[in-house]
Design a binder for this molecule. Structure first.
Ligand code: FB9
Length: 503
């Protein structure tokens, strides 16, 4: 029904209430030959205009015919149809059962009514005959009367029987007694509405009553963008490195050759970390253009792996270009550090540098609440003449001090590309125990010298992840609520700014 039709029906309701003082919705629907539900809809819409009308809900019960009841009203009761199906000469019960609808119940009811009789000794087998000369189909008459004028003329016994035979059912009929409200009026003050695109397209705006524009209303606060917690912590760590004079390395290549990720770092080609269960190998393009590695440098790397040199005995195993040229998802940002250090070594004159990187790395790990197949590695690198383990420990202490971590411990460990190497530990006041917070070391000569860095230049470096400090800061227990498909974006909207108090 269009808006206009509903308004018209509502106006008709008002006119009838005005004329008669009160009306019943069912009676009005009958009088207007209109669907009762549409009358109810008009009443509901009038109720939304304040006290125009009073509508008292009336719940009545009445008997209505079922589908089977309507069939009986039209075609006669089951027993009457059996009676009229019997010829004067009689017929077999089977013939009745075959040809008359609902014959089973009709047959027994006709027998009970004394309308028909069975002759079991009839010639040619049992026969059913009419017993009564004529019958009155009271059921059909009662149902037709109920159907036509809704009067409840049935006796209680008849109701019980017809209900039992599923010919009638009792239904609740909700209707409304309508009277004039305190603000009764024959005209409907249209509600104030907001303009919508549909009104403009349909032209219905012409009959609408629009709210005054409130130009003083405050606008809806725009839902601005929200930084992910990881990016907030990354910004904090980036600021610390920049304050310490570090330059960010270009880490915008997730795909890396095994040469830069492993071989340039003097990581042996047989190292388990280079297996597929630890590393994601790229199938297309499967190999990098190894010719882009300066051939002389590649040869020096090959030699230091296979034969040694620079004071090292090497690994004394064959070194294969086919291994070096394979493409992988980088397993650490130290691959980028290697590229940067090689580039540094090509300078005419060596200049000390401080580099850092914070970016994604990928490892073929089993995921759990604290591990994903990727994480963000934070790495600091310093290259200069004569750097020592003391410098490494000192710069790490300086770095973590800016994160308010002063209780540090260094534990010797092994890395393939640094010697010596140290794991970093910090005392966790909450857990009352020392927790690992990173790793570090001095790059080996077998990595630096083939690059062409001058004798005496040493490079110190350390690394940690971005996810661990982020989870601690934002009190997130499961890394999968921080990153991945299950992340609740509300977490991104709600988490506070990342502040690192300055010390
Ligand atoms: O981040 C780690 N832990 C951590 C860091 C910070 C933190 O809170 C902040 C101080 C306030 C709390 C915890 N870890 C390193 C230690 C562990 O979490 C470890 O279980 C997970 N590690 C990752 C690698 O796991 C496969 C963290 C990641 C890691 C480890 C080593 C490096 C980088 C990241 C490195 C390196 C390196 C070494 C030498 C030369 C160059 C780089």
């Amino acid at each position: 029904m269009s808006d206009n039709m509903a308004e018209t029906l509502a106006e008709v309701v008002l006119q009838h209430v005005d004329k008669k003082g009160h009306i019943n919705s069912l009676e009005l629907a009958t009088e207007l030959k209109e669907d009762h539900q549409k009358i109810v809809g008009a009443i509901k819409s009038l109720q939304s205009f304040g006290e125009l009308i009073k509508a008292e809900q009336i719940v009545n019960k009445r008997w209505e015919l079922t589908d089977e009841g309507r069939d009986v009203a039209t075609n006669g009761s089951h027993e009457a149809r059996v009676y009229y199906a019997i010829p004067d000469a009689g017929t077999s019960q089977a013939q009745i059962m075959k040809t008359v609808p609902n014959a089973k119940i009709g047959f027994s009811k006709a027998m009970q009514a004394g309308w028909i009789v069975m002759d079991k000794k009839a010639e040619g087998g049992p026969k059913v005959n009419k017993k009564a000369d004529k019958i009155e189909d009271v059921i059909q008459k009662n149902l037709v009367k109920l159907q036509q004028d809704q009067t409840d003329s049935l006796t209680d016994e008849q109701k019980a029987e017809y209900k039992k035979r599923k010919l009638i059912t009792e239904v609740k009929i909700t209707s409304y007694e309508i009277t004039k409200g305190d603000n009764f009026s024959l005209t409907i003050e249209k509600p104030e509405v907001d303009l919508t695109p549909e009104m403009l397209q349909s032209g219905s705006w012409k009959t609408k009553n629009f709210k005054e524009y409130n130009f003083d209303a405050l606008g809806i606060p725009p839902n601005g963008g929200h930084l992910h917690p990881l990016l907030k912590v990354r910004a904090a760590y980036r600021q610390i490195f920049l304050e310490m004079g570090f330059t960010e390395m270009p880490t915008n290549n997730f795909v890396e050759s095994c040469f830069w990720n492993f071989d340039a770092l003097f990581q042996p080609q047989q190292h388990p970390a280079r297996d597929a269960h630890d590393t994601f190998f790229v199938s297309e393009p499967q190999v990098s253009d190894i010719k882009r590695v300066p051939p002389d440098y590649l040869q020096r790397v090959k030699r230091v792996h296979a034969e040694g040199g620079y004071g090292s005995q090497g690994y004394k195993v064959e070194w294969k270009t086919e291994e070096a040229e394979k493409n992988i998802l980088r397993t650490h940002t130290t691959a980028v550090s290697a590229r940067m250090l090689y580039k540094l070594a090509q300078q005419e004159t060596f200049t000390p540098v401080k580099y850092f990187s914070i970016d994604r790395v990928f490892r073929n790990e089993t995921t759990d609440a604290t591990h994903l197949a990727e994480f963000h590695q934070i790495e600091g690198v310093v290259a200069d003449y004569g750097l020592t383990l003391g410098n490494l420990m000192g710069i790490i202490e300086e770095f973590f001090k800016k994160l308010n971590i002063t209780k540090l411990r260094f534990k010797p460990t092994y890395n393939p590309y640094t010697e010596p190497s140290m794991e970093l530990f910090s005392y966790h006041e909450g857990l009352k125990k020392w927790v690992e917070i990173g790793n570090s070391g001095i790059f080996r000569p077998e990595m630096l010298l083939p690059m062409g860095l001058p004798e005496g230049v040493s490079v110190i470096a350390w690394g940690l992840s971005l996810e661990r400090p982020t989870m601690i800061k934002y009190k997130i227990d499961d890394i999968r609520t921080l990153i991945g498909p299950k992340v609740d974006l509300q977490m991104v909207y709600d988490n506070p700014i990342c502040r690192v108090e300055k010390h």
